[in-house]
Design a protein around this ligand. Structure first.
Ligand code: 9MR
Length: 571
């Protein structure tokens, strides 16, 4: 019952009606997941022409029906697959139902003898539209240094948190600035905490801007109802700019870039405006400088038509950061003993050097950067905050065709296709039809899924290969409900969604429903928190509880591939 009420509330929330609100959240009550007895579908629905798969509990029945919910008539009947076991989710087994042949828009459900009907789902080419907006609006709702206004945020309005105009320097950042203060406003909160971290901000901002750079028509049409929506700049760029304007403040006058801006300890479980602890600029690192160089360089070319002066400022700043990194190649971030906030430490920076070199090459057109890039000679895997090698490949394929010889360009294309093929093979050989391997069930596994989907969709676009698109769909289905937990992992989107994410704002805002459009980290076999997990299998090691920062937190670098993938699918 509570679930139905919450779903209705969420509908209101999404429509931004200001219904009077509500009661303080109760602490989470764990309930044994019963997904093994339920049909698992993509709870948002399926695009008209996409592959359509559902996972059925291991019943004896051998066929399934697709039923039109309006007419109650069976529109499609087919054989279930043989029983399969995905060991990453246990040994109960399941069967797959493939109803890709149903392409007519409408509301449907699945019926299989021996198990409850599936929940309703839609087939339509707009099934992802509202999520695509909400996933981007998450960034607005998590802005620092500004009040979040009711006319844009409805029930999620809140007073300004962290003006960040008087920030101290930790000795690890700039000893010569002891006692000085810096203005470091704007930016997004990283995750469930209120820190701002350059390394993670970089990849997140890049991914949003890449969505625009690769699919401009999708985002030129999209309005998000954010304060800048009335101007003539696409909203995704305006949103990215909020963080870029913070990032630019993190550069020291010598060109190096500070690692992060946080409090010494984690903030309390309180709203942003209630967190009055002193915030500090902490560390200066090669990783942050390179990440900054890559992101600002890329941003400079994307915003150029809209903000020419800023564009110039960003590209100069990027070059300055690159030069500093060349002179300080191993200034790794080491967490000072008095600091408890997130570390984002990384001692392997070949990929960061390569990414920055590639972006500087594309933006400045100076081929020396490409020579450096080639000399670094990196391997590519789906991106993550710690491994950004693939971002260079992606940018070069989309933006450097005219700057490279045919041979050079083709060589990059093959590398990209090879990587996409690895994920395609994982998809095809997976008993669950999803390209998720044991090693993907890390902290933030849902972003591992969506970053793989991004690689696959780029391959599909570049090589016009529909198989790659299907494999990407498999991963999107997985995140939105066709998985062994039965959750759609995005707050407010699906029939069973996280209600208690590790997100301080949602935890303390007195609104029952969490901020919508946030992707939670997802199953993580490490179980690196002290929560009560009901399952140990990697694909089921998830708990919808505030305490689970290692499976139920949200983060800007996790939502970014969600934004990208949904945009790419609507292209
Ligand atoms: O996403 C990060 C993950 O890869 C690390 O394993 C984890 C532990 O160091 O930290 C994650 O990032 C967190 C960051 O340190 C602080 N803000 C919240 C981030 C998401 O949990």
């Amino acid at each position: 019952m509570k679930h139905i009420i919450l779903s209705l509330l969420l509908l209101n929330v999404l429509a931004l009606t200001s219904c009077s609100v509500l009661v303080k959240k109760n602490p989470s009550k764990l309930s044994k997941l019963s997904s093994n007895q339920q049909i698992a579908i993509n709870q948002l629905g399926y695009l008209n022409k996409s592959e359509k798969i559902a996972a059925i509990p291991n019943v004896t029945a051998s066929q399934f029906d697709v039923i039109n919910a309006k007419t109650n008539k069976v529109v499609y009947t087919a054989q279930l697959s043989a029983a399969k076991i995905w060991t990453l989710s246990g040994n109960d087994g399941h069967k797959l139902a493939d109803f890709s042949e149903v392409v007519t828009s409408g509301h449907y459900f699945l019926r299989v003898k021996g198990v409850a009907d599936s929940s309703l789902f839609r087939i339509s080419d707009d099934v992802y539209d509202s999520l695509s907006k909400a996933a981007l609006r998450y960034y607005y709702l998590n802005r620092s240094s500004t009040p979040i206004e009711e006319k844009f945020a409805g029930i999620y309005a809140r007073p300004m948190g962290h003006k960040d105009d008087i920030i101290g320097y930790h000795p690890s950042a700039e000893p010569r600035y002891k006692g000085k203060r810096i203005d470091s406003q704007k930016g997004w909160y990283d995750a469930g905490d209120y820190g701002k971290y350059v390394v993670n901000s970089g990849i997140s901002t890049y991914t949003l801007l890449a969505a625009f750079e690769h699919y401009p028509d999708v985002y030129k049409k999209q309005t998000l109802n954010i304060p800048e929506s009335e101007d003539n700049v696409p909203d995704i760029i305006n949103e990215a700019l909020w963080n870029l304007e913070w990032l630019i403040t993190m550069q020291s006058d010598d060109g190096g870039v500070y690692h992060k801006l946080t409090t010494r300890e984690w903030p309390g479980n309180e709203m942003p405006h209630e967190d009055q602890r002193l915030r500090l600029i902490i560390g200066k690192s090669t990783a942050a400088s390179l990440n900054f160089a890559a992101t600002l360089s890329m941003a400079s070319r994307v915003i150029e038509p809209y903000y020419p002066n800023k564009s110039k400022q960003y590209s100069n700043a990027a070059i300055k950061a690159w030069r500093w990194a060349l002179l300080n190649q191993t200034q790794y971030y080491e967490q000072p003993s008095d600091i408890k906030s997130g570390e984002y430490g990384d001692h392997y920076l070949k990929d960061e050097f390569a990414w920055a070199a590639a972006e500087l090459f594309i933006t400045t057109k100076n081929k020396n950067f490409y020579t450096i890039y080639k000399e670094i000679n990196i391997d590519y895997v789906a991106p993550a905050w710690r491994n950004v090698s693939y971002l260079s490949l992606s940018s070069l394929l989309f933006k450097a065709k005219d700057l490279l010889s045919k041979q050079e360009y083709e060589a990059l294309k093959i590398k990209q296709n090879d990587l996409a093929d690895i994920y395609l093979n994982q998809h095809k050989s997976s008993p669950y039809n999803v390209a998720m391997q044991k090693s993907d069930f890390v902290w933030g596994s849902n972003s591992a899924a969506l970053n793989k989907a991004m690689v696959l969709l780029q391959a599909a676009k570049i090589n016009k290969n529909n198989d790659h698109k299907n494999a990407a769909h498999g991963l999107v289905d997985y995140v939105l409900g066709r998985n062994p937990t039965g959750y759609s992992f995005v707050t407010g989107f699906g029939t069973k969604t996280p209600l208690y994410p590790h997100h301080r704002i949602s935890h303390s805002d007195n609104v029952v429903a969490p901020v919508p459009g946030m992707l939670v980290g997802g199953p993580h076999s490490g179980q690196q928190d002290n929560c009560n997990y009901l399952f140990n299998e990697p694909a089921k090691s998830y708990v919808d509880d505030w305490c689970s920062f290692s499976t139920n937190e949200v983060a800007i670098n996790w939502n970014a591939p969600l934004v990208y993938v949904l945009g790419a699918l609507s292209d």
